[in-house]
Design a protein around this ligand. Structure first.
Ligand code: DGT
Ligand code: CA
Ligand code: CA
Ligand code: ZN
Length: 583
């Protein structure tokens, strides 16, 4: 069980205890434990394996330590199961809605019998919630808006969280000798920044055995369905997983179908029809008679099957080259494929450097040398150290004096590591008036100037835009970092005119960042497509705050691929020489 899941169990405990009017001290203990576990660098699983004393962790007492052991060893928590006997588990989602909380959830449950978000939506829409004492029209409206947000955000998992939850499940299933092939399709395979659910496809020598193994995965809290070829379960984390068991001759067609997107599939099916064939999750079939539509409804295998085993064959049967999953969004990829004009997408192996990272000089967790060794180990030719500037005092941002001291250290480390070029840089704050948080003479001595907005997100759009435009016009600026400021599922982008900013970046030769941190992914895919159309170049940077964050680069590359970017569009895919000479 992963930290994320353990943390979720703890916060569910806290929610249910709160509804029970349990001792607030106990509730807080669970909340604190949840926060600690979620933020902990090392998996609890490992700590337990290595027989560490968990009570040495802050916020973990004897009871929490026992719980963690139980969760790691059994995948569930008996204390939560006991609580859920008295209080429906589904109330947890209700409690976590904006404008609800434990007290109101309890009232909704006791007085209206509401146990789920769906029921709450129903009853609120019918006006029944406003009639409860302590609620009223306003509060009812707030709940309805909250439910909308819940459906948009909370029900979707960040890709990185999905990765953490899916990997152990795949490993578990693959341990079974009956599994011959197993892959993830859906939005996960398209590397969408958030996923609604997970779609697994498998070929099995014994479908029944594999289905049984799937539904008995220790993290399963609910088996929604378990047929012979399809199963669907909910996991402890709230993630829902579909498993479909397929046959070899249709595997490729099913991969195309279940990878989606739905819009991509619709476009493909239309093309098939135009070519006198039929595409389905079973394969590509040549039309036999004139009564095609009808016969296919009666028999999905009607007509002559011309492809199905591999995706490549399925696309080829429609006279198309294979299309990378990241492109399958019906954003022109089918048309481009038909003209044989698909871009050669940037790949993780193309990346030659990382242009944003922090060290212990500001808010990073590793020393400069540790970061250098790690970048060098990743085969990079260059790296930029971008500790914060002084306006971000809470991060220990550097003023001119400390920056010069840092340069001395960089120089020494550079001598020991000639294999990688360490660029002197800084993540310079764009101040509220659009000026930069570092003196011009210092900016001139930097190898790379990265600028970013970290404050005053609430400025009116016109002011925010003007602020950023002013910064971009500064002659020393090289890169605009995390341009929209959004945090996925947590904070919307601040309000400003992105198109104006992109135009201004183009005019001033400023590169825009694609921050690869999976919570940011900023710019996002559709924005990057705009940037690409304008001929802007993009820097894919991890914004690492510790060595292991450097491995988040692939999330950036995947997002870049979704935006059709080739390596030529990515400035840090350039070899060192070209990077230094770039315009
Ligand atoms: P998600 O789970 O919301 O992140 O997004 P997806 O794309 O994984 O969607 P999901 O899980 O509902 O379905 C997986 C794939 O199955 C989807 O990408 C395309 C295919 N699919 C599902 N429903 C339909 C449909 O009604 N028509 C077509 N053409 N394809 C569908
Ligand atoms: Ca899905
Ligand atoms: Ca699904
Ligand atoms: Zn930043």
């Amino acid at each position: 069980m992963e930290n994320l899941e353990i943390a979720r169990v703890f916060s569910q405990m806290a929610d249910l205890l709160e509804i029970q009017d349990a001792n607030p001290f106990r509730v807080r203990a669970y909340r604190n434990a949840a926060r600690l576990v979620d933020g902990h660098a090392k998996p609890m699983r490992k700590l337990v394996e290595e027989e560490n004393d968990l009570t040495e962790l802050p916020a973990i007492g004897k009871e929490m330590a026992r719980h963690i052991h139980e969760l790691v060893e059994t995948g569930s928590l008996s204390a939560l199961d006991e609580l859920a006997q008295k209080i429906p588990r589904s109330l947890i989602d209700v409690i976590e809605l904006p404008g609800v909380g434990p007290k109101k959830a309890k009232k909704l449950w006791k007085e209206l019998g509401i146990e789920t978000v769906d029921e709450l939506e129903h009853r609120a829409a019918a006006g029944e919630v406003a009639a409860l004492s302590g609620f009223g029209d306003k509060s009812q409206q707030k709940i309805l808006t909250g439910i909308e947000q819940f459906r948009q955000h909370r029900s979707r998992f960040k890709l990185v969280d999905a990765d953490r939850l899916v990997m152990p499940l795949l490993e578990y299933l693959q341990q079974s000798s009956e599994v011959e092939r197993l892959e993830v399709a859906g939005s996960y395979r398209r590397r969408v920044e958030t996923v609604g659910d997970i779609d697994l496809l498998a070929i099995a020598s014994d479908a029944k055995a594999v289905m049984e193994r799937f539904t008995s995965y220790p993290q399963v809290t609910l088996v929604q369905m378990a047929g012979t070829t399809r199963g669907r379960v909910s996991l402890q984390s709230g993630l829902e997983v579909d498993l479909r068991i397929l046959t070899g001759p249709s595997y490729g067609a099913a991969m195309v179908y279940f990878t989606g997107s739905k819009e991509h599939n619709i476009k493909l099916r239309k093309r098939a029809i135009e070519q006198g064939s039929r595409l389905s999750e079973y394969g590509v079939f040549r039309q036999a008679g004139d009564d095609e539509e009808g016969s296919a409804e009666r028999d999905p295998w009607a007509g002559e099957m011309v492809a199905g085993r591999t995706e490549k064959q399925v696309y080829a049967a429609m006279e198309l080259p294979w299309i990378a999953p990241e492109l399958r969004e019906d954003r022109g990829e089918v048309e481009a494929a038909a003209r044989n004009e698909l871009p050669v997408l940037v790949d993780l192996a193309d990346m030659k450097g990382d242009l944003q990272m922090h060290s212990t000089w500001s808010d990073g967790k590793n020393s400069i040398e540790e970061m250098v060794v790690a970048c060098s180990a990743r085969g990079y030719e260059y790296m930029a150290l971008t500790d914060h500037s002084k306006a971000l005092a809470m991060t220990g941002g550097l003023d001119a004096r400390r920056l010069r001291e840092q340069w001395k250290e960089i120089e020494e480390i550079q001598e020991r590591h000639p294999e990688i070029r360490i660029l002197r840089s800084q993540e310079v704050d764009i101040l509220a008036d659009g000026t930069l948080d570092l003196e011009d003479e210092m900016l001139e001595e930097l190898d790379l100037v990265v600028v970013a907005v970290h404050s005053r997100f609430e400025l009116p759009a016109a002011e925010q835009t003007a602020r950023i435009l002013a910064a971009l016009q500064h002659p020393q600026v090289d890169i605009l970092a995390h341009p929209t400021g959004r945090l996925i599922n947590r904070r919307p982008p601040f309000e400003f005119q992105l198109d104006e900013v992109l135009h201004c970046a183009k005019e001033n030769g400023v590169v825009v960042e694609l921050n690869a941190n999976p919570t940011r992914l900023d710019l996002k895919d559709t924005h990057l497509m705009l940037a690409r159309e304008l001929g802007l170049r993009v820097a894919i940077s991890t914004d690492a705050h510790r060595v292991r964050d450097l491995d988040l680069m692939h999330y950036g590359v995947e997002q870049a691929r979704r935006a059709w970017l080739a390596k030529e569009d990515v400035v840090n895919a350039l070899p060192l020489e070209d990077f230094l000479k770039r315009q």
